[in-house]
Write a protein that binds this ligand. Structure first.
Ligand code: SF4
Length: 247
């Protein structure tokens, strides 16, 4: 459909388009080979609303790591019912999880960055790669304002680790604009946001932020800011590889 070089030219022209126009372009270009990733964050909820308004039968998927907060499962249920959509769920390989937990314990992520990335690899990255294997593009809720690991993302770019097109329709949206859209359209959102959580992932790796902190400060808060990605997204055009730990 598109190669790495071909998408660069198209991507430059698309940078000025609105989020709705980007979604429409993705649908027209990739049809059912474009899928929408959701972890039920504010941005994902905004994209879900837009996609349901823009074209019929969008394909949504989520990664269920097995460690999500109850509030996220509640929102998953609410979102399915409100939009009358099915959300495909990608689970990690049970055997891989069992071996990791038996070897390093259930809370291995607090022991080292390598082990935290190992957990993200098993519970998120591997299921994601498997799911996206036969897709041409994936749509994500990343915004540049979300922190130093994300301030160079493009609305449309080549995903080096997955070899497909990555589309971030809200790349240039602010936090305030996202909330305005959520409130104006009465879109359901994760109740943890009302308790000071700005970015919500797995329960043991997410906390509320304090005034003045970076929006993603509550994710893996015990690590340095430059480490705050799970291996799914690329930083500054480079593949941020998941470090291997001794097996
Ligand atoms: Fe594991 Fe935490 Fe990554 Fe979830 S966010 S996959 S619990 S390390």
């Amino acid at each position: 459909m598109f190669t790495r070089d071909e998408i660069k030219e198209t991507a430059t022209a698309l940078e000025e388009k609105t989020a709705e126009e980007i979604l429409q372009w993705a649908h027209t270009t990739f049809h059912r080979k474009a899928v929408i990733a959701t972890s039920f964050g504010l941005e994902d909820q905004a994209i879900t609303q837009m996609a349901c308004q823009t074209f019929s039968n969008p394909i949504f998927f989520t990664l269920d790591t097995g460690r999500l907060p109850q509030a996220t499962y509640d929102l998953m249920q609410t979102t399915r019912e409100r939009y009358h959509i099915n959300i495909e769920i990608c689970f990690p390989e049970a055997q891989e999880v069992a071996e990791m937990v038996e070897k390093y314990g259930p809370n291995l992520f607090y022991q080292s960055v390598d082990l935290r990335r190992r957990c993200c690899e098993v519970r998120k990255v591997n299921p994601l790669k498997k799911y996206l294997k036969d897709k041409a593009a994936w749509i994500v809720g990343l915004r540049r304002e979300q922190g130093i690991t994300r301030n160079n993302i493009k609305k449309v770019e080549w995903d080096e680790s997955l070899n497909i097109v990555k589309i971030a329709p809200l790349a240039d949206w602010s936090q305030e604009r996202t909330w305005d859209y959520i409130n104006k359209n009465k879109i359901p959102y994760n109740k943890l946001h009302d308790q000071g959580y700005t970015s919500i992932g797995c329960s043991p790796c997410t906390r509320a932020i304090k005034p003045g902190e970076d929006l993603r400060a509550g994710r893996w808060w015990w690590e340095n800011p430059e480490n705050k990605e799970c291996g799914i997204h690329i930083v500054d055009g480079k593949v941020k590889r998941v470090a291997k730990v001794n097996q």
